[in-house]
Design a protein around this ligand. Structure first.
Ligand code: DC
Length: 230
């Protein structure tokens, strides 16, 4: 069967990665979470005093980019690939609210974006890939055969992220999480380089009131429609 490229973009905590993982598993495709790559660069920036509260040393971070190695390694027990920063598994560390609070600032830096976009395009050369992020259908794979754009209300998304963090034992308030979601929406949609916008040929899905199965079934139908036209 012919393999396609599936681009999934949208706001934070819209369940993009859940959907992308389900699709990749079902289709036998590679799944790439590009948010994890921006998060790993952010973690590097935090560890190396390039970013802190109301402080960003952009030049230092840009000059260090060549020494940042990012890899995904498949974890068969979890059934998905985990993020490695310079050969260290950072999958848990990159999901904290602290990383979330700095990541949009790091993702605004053009030099960071071009490094990651290049690596993402390389990973997708053979097709058979589901990639999620903010600029996948617009910048990384403008020719993707299927583009999905996911939205949901900010309160629904904050509640989802809050539940996830609580389940991991992260002691945060719902208000802090909501504030982070709203701030990231603003920065992601207003940045100069590759702002989060819906690609002209993307299909928008608001999943505020869809459960995971309904959403998966709807998107799988779209995938099959696309594959049948090839
Ligand atoms: O998907 P996520 O919430 O883990 O993404 C974290 C941040 O990374 C998000 O606020 C914006 C940025 N990002 C981006 O700018 N471009 C991408 N392709 C993916 C993520």
């Amino acid at each position: 069967m012919k393999k396609i490229t599936i681009a999934i973009d949208g706001f934070s905590s819209t369940g993009k990665s859940t959907l992308a993982k389900q699709l990749a598993k079902h289709l036998g495709y590679v799944y790439v979470d590009t948010g994890a790559m921006y998060r790993a660069v952010t973690l590097f920036a935090m560890q190396n005093n390039c970013i802190g509260i109301e402080f960003l040393d952009k030049d230092k971070l840009v000059n260090s980019l060549a020494s940042i190695k990012l890899n995904f390694k498949f974890n068969p027990e979890l059934g998905f690939a985990e993020m490695y920063l310079n050969d260290v598994n950072v999958e848990t560390e990159i999901r904290t609210l602290e990383v979330s609070s700095f990541v949009s600032t790091v993702a605004e830096i053009s030099e960071v974006r071009s490094k990651l976009v290049e690596q993402q395009q390389e990973m997708g050369k053979e097709k058979g890939i589901v990639m999620d992020g903010r600029d996948i259908g617009t910048v990384v794979f403008p020719n993707a055969e299927l583009k999905i754009f996911m939205t949901a209300g900010a309160d629904t998304r904050a509640q989802r992220r809050f539940d996830e963090l609580q389940a991991k034992g992260d002691n945060v308030s719902y208000e802090e999480v909501l504030k982070n979601v709203v701030e990231r929406d603003y920065i992601d949609t207003h940045r100069e380089d590759s702002p989060l916008i819906i690609a002209e040929d993307a299909i928008e899905i608001d999943n505020s009131y869809l459960d995971r199965k309904e959403q998966f079934d709807a998107v799988l139908e779209l995938v099959n429609e696309v594959i049948n036209t090839l």
